[in-house]
Design a protein. Structure first.
Length: 612
């Protein structure tokens, strides 16, 4: 449970900080260390202050607050506050953002009444900053801002356009006017009526001198080191385990470090992937627990999830409602969530094979001749389909909306250093998704209850990824070789996506997938996704698409979609188009799940805040 809050220019700064930290922690009973400057006009505090957070005596000029964790070669970095302050005074802003870990830093200068904010290279933790007439505030959560700020929140038109195009605003933009956020590699200064942002280290691709075999060896060694750094922490730990390669990679690294963590899977019912997760855990000698959730728990968390995530992530999260129960036996969880984004090129343009109505992506790069930055942006997994936009956007606003997104995608792609390969922009967008969508939502959902550590945020692994040509990433062969070095026994077990031997080549997996499809076609094998009510996907996630189609609770959510027309107060949404989306989705003619999830999150949040 972590987070920080700082405010300057308010009458009772100490009380404001204590109240804000309580809201951030979702507990009014807890109290947290708070410091106030000599003039009593500024105060700051942290949740779960530890050895990496410096709350100095009042005579010190600077205070260093860290949300997250920073590592050296052996574990948590010692004397961190003094080290950060030294780098800051030497104006080595890039070196601060390049520290290894998942963090956001607030360095407060008492004499200048200025806050200096830093984020890690990927922006896996963020801070929100707002400057007002007599002061400013910095917070790990928007929902922690005091009433005098929260009551003035007005949604930003361009931020909403980005949210309903790609499920997140990019860069420093948020969906609220006047509130900025840290993104990857940012250095931000804020004081009364002043806010400056500098990008210290953009994502920059390079050219490796390693062979593919050497690269796989380097990745295996880096994974082991990344795990060892994060394992040197006290408390009861568990590893989130699916049947996929990401969690299997982390399990192998913990075993190699001599500290096998008990494994945990979450789902609505046992299925092939859950059984595979247990089999992988048993093979590694780890304990395994399946935490069962249910539809009422997931649906009931909609309002709480929207509030907890500041309306930033479409919900409810499939795991959000379970974290309080899990935290009774767990202090922190380990994960490899996002390793597929780093090393398997899941968003790169691929050649495809079409047989009948089935289209299969092949492990080879597609032709991107004539590709535009907008094409790159719209390829992202989080992208809300253009057809959905054609319905929910007011017709008179659609030209402005599409033009803005084209301009935004162009500037976004040019903010990366792509080493002459536009293909790298696809994975740069994937990293934006990984950090501002997947990772941030993980932290938001878990942080009130327990801590979260993820090896895919390790700087050493990131540097290796940024040196790999796209041809190596798309075929997965380098990562498969690395996994063979980490745990050959675990790679002999099936992969969750195809249920075929994980060590096999990508082409073998494609062939087996067609074989399995043919067997299901002639009814010699059953498809678990077609059993029961259709909510089981065969994995740990529920089918929200079928939930909205087939359950009364899901249909009730669809019935309120037209309310989005007036919810934001911006006049961007079209009621009749929203009604058509609900009708098309219910009938099965179209799948509008991504838009529906985002729309319901915004509706829940605006009801809570009553901003319309």
């Amino acid at each position: 449970m972590q987070g920080l809050f700082l405010i300057s220019g308010t009458a009772d700064a100490h009380r404001t900080v204590q109240s804000s930290l309580s809201r951030m922690s979702a507990s009014e009973q807890l109290s947290f260390p708070v410091r106030t400057n000599e003039r009593k006009s500024a105060a700051f505090g942290v949740i779960n202050a530890d050895t990496q957070t410096h709350l100095p005596p009042l005579q010190d000029r600077f205070s260093v607050l860290v949300d997250g964790e920073i590592y050296d070669e052996t574990g948590l970095k010692a004397d961190l506050a003094a080290y950060i302050l030294k780098l800051h005074l030497q104006k080595r802003h890039t070196d601060i953002c390049s520290l290894n870990g998942s963090f956001a830093i607030c360095l407060y200068d008492h004499e200048e009444n200025t806050a200096h904010l830093y984020s890690d290279r990927l922006g896996t933790r963020t801070l929100y900053a707002v400057s007002f007439k007599n002061g400013f505030a910095v917070s790990s959560r928007v929902n922690a801002f005091p009433t005098e700020i929260a009551s003035q929140l007005v949604m930003d038109e361009e931020g909403i356009m980005e949210l309903f195009t790609n499920s997140k605003p990019f860069g420093n933009r948020t969906i609220w006017k006047g509130i900025s956020k840290l993104s990857g590699g940012d250095y931000l200064q804020i004081s009364t009526d002043r806010l400056l942002v500098q990008k210290t280290r953009p994502l920059c691709w390079s050219t490796t001198s390693l062979s593919q075999e050497q690269m796989s060896e380097a990745i295996a060694e880096a994974v082991n080191r990344a795990a060892r750094r994060r394992l040197n922490a006290p408390g009861r730990a568990r590893l989130f385990m699916s049947g996929g390669l990401d969690s299997r990679t982390v399990l192998a690294a913990t075993r190699n470090a001599g500290k096998i963590l008990p494994c945990l899977s979450v789902g609505m019912q046992e299925n092939d992937e859950i059984r595979l997760a247990e089999k992988v855990s048993n093979q590694a000698g780890a304990g395994f627990h399946f935490h069962r959730t249910d539809i009422d728990q997931l649906v009931g968390s909609m309002s709480a999830y929207s509030k907890a995530t500041d309306c930033l992530f479409p919900g409810p999260s499939n795991l959000f409602g379970t974290y309080r129960d899990i935290s009774e036996t767990t202090d922190w969880v380990f994960s490899g969530h996002g390793l597929d984004v780093l090393f398997r090129g899941i968003l790169l343009p691929k050649r495809s094979l079409k047989l009948g109505r089935s289209v299969t992506a092949l492990p080879s790069l597609g032709n991107i001749e004539g590709t535009t930055p907008a094409d790159v942006l719209f390829s992202a997994k989080t992208q809300i389909p253009g057809y959905s936009r054609s319905l929910f956007v007011q017709p008179s606003r659609q030209p402005k909306w599409e033009e803005y997104i084209r301009e935004r995608s162009h500037s976004l792609c040019h903010s990366f250093e792509l080493n002459g390969r536009l293909e790298n922009a696809y994975d740069a967008i994937a990293l934006e998704s990984l950090c501002h969508y997947t990772t941030n939502s993980d932290y938001y959902a878990m942080s009130p209850h327990m801590d979260f550590r993820n090896i895919s945020h390790d700087s050493e692994l990131l540097d290796l990824y940024l040196s790999m040509p796209p041809e190596w990433r798309i075929g997965k062969s380098v990562m498969i070789r690395a996994m063979q070095k980490l745990a050959p026994d675990l790679m002999e077990l099936p992969d969750a996506n195809t249920m075929y031997r994980a060590a096999a080549s990508p082409w073998s997996h494609i062939g087996y997938s067609y074989y399995r499809a043919a067997m299901r076609k002639i009814r010699l094998q059953s498809d678990p996704r077609r059993n029961g009510d259709g909510l089981d996907t065969g994995g740990s996630w529920m089918s929200w698409s079928n939930f909205f189609r087939r359950t009364e609770k899901g249909k009730a959510f669809l019935a309120v979609l037209p309310e989005l027309e007036n919810a934001t107060g911006l006049g961007l949404f079209h009621a009749s188009g929203l009604e058509k989306i609900a009708e098309e989705h219910t009938s099965g003619r179209r799948d509008h799940t991504k838009f529906i999830m985002q729309a319901l999150t915004v509706l829940q949040w605006t009801r809570e805040k009553d901003i319309a």
